[in-house]
Design a protein around this ligand. Structure first.
Ligand code: SAH
Ligand code: AVI
Length: 296
């Protein structure tokens, strides 16, 4: 917030209300990524399961409601499932629902931040099993390419020589389609973005007036990313703890990037982290891709 371009990391979107709003976004007609990834996963489930192998340990980063994971759990019959998420309530709720649905599955939920080096639990169900890391939803697109590379290097270490990784990636496409997905008619994405200020007010005692900020999202073609901002509608100052921040009229807080990749761009990124993009599955409209990565 003290930088010339004020910015807040997107991982803070996901308090209980933020997680609920994100789930509503996934059901919006304009927000195609969830449906596209679900549809490609259903269409290629046999091949995905053959690639990942059955009976291993399935680790999922940014698991949220673990929606798509149900398909993988049924197909892979993993020995254990390790969902990792920063959103404690959403994670606990998802783990409870999965335990009811898959009584035979060992679940080890980890509340943690994957932008920091992270230690996975050591447990008996893993002994001698292959590890599969699953990172769906294009959450990797919320990292800069440099952060994504560092993250992939960490997971490359976690899967070792014998394991594999499955990553969901949103593909480059018509900017109008992208624009609509992040500017939905019902204003759910706007509420998701503004909820960040509500959370800061509640948890850090700030005094953001939500009526004086507006959601603003656009595609930046040079950087190949959607940018989300909160625009100050007037000149104002905001108190946050011991700090006071001044806003000019029209000044923004940059709250999220959502990078879109071509298959070639993402394959090159994985190579820098010691992976080889062995398989790429896409939905029928080529909007979204699931990459199957092996150690290079
Ligand atoms: N995988 C789900 C949810 C994607 S939303 C899907 O595909 O629909 C992104 C998820 O990543 C949220 O659940 C959020 O809480 C989590 N998340 C975001 N940044 C994180 C971080 N730095 N560490 C851990 N989890 C994070
Ligand atoms: C979680 N992540 C991949 C979403 C995205 O599309 O970047 C978050 C989101 N932001 C606005 N709408 C959805």
């Amino acid at each position: 917030m003290s930088l010339p371009q004020k910015a807040l990391p997107p991982k803070y979107f996901y308090d209980a209300e933020g997680s609920r709003l994100f789930e509503r976004i996934c059901r919006l007609p304009e927000y195609y990524p969830t449906r596209a990834e679900l549809s490609l996963t259903r269409a290629h489930l046999g091949a995905i399961a053959r690639f990942a192998g059955r009976g291993g340990e399935l680790v999922e980063y940014g698991s949220g409601a673990s929606l798509k994971t149900r398909l993988l759990i049924r197909a892979l019959r993993p020995s254990a499932y390790v969902p990792v998420d920063i959103a404690e309530e959403a994670l606990a709720g998802a783990a409870r629902r999965l335990a009811r649905e898959f009584g035979w599955l060992h679940i080890f939920a980890v509340t943690g931040d994957f932008s920091q080096p992270l230690r996975l639990p050591v447990h008996r169900a893993r002994a001698g099993r292959r590890r599969i890391v699953y990172f769906p939803g294009s959450t990797i697109g919320n990292l800069t390419p440099e952060e994504a590379q560092a993250f992939l290097r960490m997971t490359r270490g976690q899967v070792g020589r014998a394991g594999a990784m499955l990553v969901g990636v949103d593909l480059k496409k018509d900017a109008n389609v992208l624009h609509a997905a992040y500017n939905d008619a019902r204003g759910v994405t706007a509420a998701f973005n503004l909820n960040l200020l509500r959370r800061i007010n509640r948890e850090l005692g700030a005094d953001f007036d939500l009526r004086r900020f507006r959601h603003y999202a656009f595609y930046n073609p040079q950087r190949g990313r959607i940018e989300m901002h909160l625009v100050s509608l007037e000149r104002q100052s905001v108190n946050l703890g011991a700090y006071r921040f001044e806003f000019a009229s029209g000044e923004t807080i940059h709250t999220e990037n959502s990078y879109k990749y071509s298959v070639e761009e993402f394959s090159a990124l994985t190579a820098l982290a010691g992976f080889r993009a062995e398989r790429v599955w896409r939905d029928a409209q080529k909007r979204f891709a699931l990459f199957g990565l092996l150690a290079a």
